[in-house]
Design a protein around this ligand. Structure first.
Ligand code: GLN
Length: 244
């Protein structure tokens, strides 16, 4: 199926609270890379107390512990709905603080534990140091097989069960600075610690998510037309291998 006359629906979860380091750039990238191909995008911003409707793709950004506390309560109200969406193939991208809330819980320093919604079989506990700096990680999901971005978190995330690492750290810290994993995925739920924002510097992964969202909506694999990613690829290369 060519890219014309296609549509996907995208929801941005709690952008007024979780948008650290311009994580909204991920949603801008997804929308632009669809529009540039003539794919229609239905977009919805979800704020506190809004119902979360069915979408093909959901995005949630990162944030400080305080904002995470407010969002955690809202996500829990929608837990069963989002678990159903996950099991029906919806695509999720969660960055850092949002990623932590997609696991079973996030235990901050000297504060109440934040219950997650268990889209991922993972948990996070605050560590004693802050991981801040550039990250390069190797993934098997896209070509080129590197993901680049910027991390700033004290949370240490550990993966369990069928939840797999999104990538393996080549430079930087990743999930916990110990097991060399970065991010996670299960079904079409993807989490990463990479801010930056993430997708503008990793166009292949942006297209990977769009193709998954189209497959969820249309029930068949749809290959996206290639875009001229010369500028994005120069940025990606310039960041590759850069540590702190
Ligand atoms: N507050 C969380 C932490 O410090 C998440 C931070 C973030 O989203 N960058 O680990």
């Amino acid at each position: 199926m060519a890219n014309k006359n296609l549509k996907i629906s995208i929801a941005h979860l709690y952008p007024k609270l979780l948008n650290l380091y311009g994580d909204v750039g991920n949603v801008i990238t997804l929308r632009k890379r669809c529009i540039w191909r003539g794919i229609d995008v239905e977009f919805e911003e979800i704020n506190l107390s809004d119902d979360i409707k069915e979408h093909d793709l959901y995005f949630i950004g990162g944030g400080q512990d305080k904002q995470q506390r407010d969002v955690a309560k809202e996500l829990l109200k929608n837990k069963n709905n989002l678990l159903t969406q996950r099991d029906e193939g919806a695509v999720f991208l969660a960055i850092c603080g949002g990623y932590q809330l997609f696991g079973h819980y996030y235990q901050p320093h000297n504060a109440e534990r934040l219950e997650g919604i268990s889209l991922l079989d993972a948990y996070t506990v605050a560590g004693n140091k802050r991981f801040i700096g550039n990250v390069t990680a190797q993934t098997s999901l896209v070509e080129p097989n590197t993901l680049v971005g910027f991390e700033n978190h004290s949370g240490l995330t550990y993966l369990k069960g069928d939840t797999k690492p999104l990538a393996y750290v080549l430079a930087g810290s990743g999930n916990n600075g110990k097991d060399k994993t970065e991010g996670a995925y299960y079904k079409n739920v993807f989490g990463t610690y990479l801010h930056g924002s993430f997708l503008p510097k990793n166009p292949a992964f942006a297209d990977f998510l769009i193709e998954l969202a189209l497959e969820k909506r249309y029930g068949e694999k749809i290959v996206l037309e290639k875009l001229d990613d010369a500028i994005e690829n120069i940025t990606h290369q310039n960041l590759t291998g850069k540590a702190y």
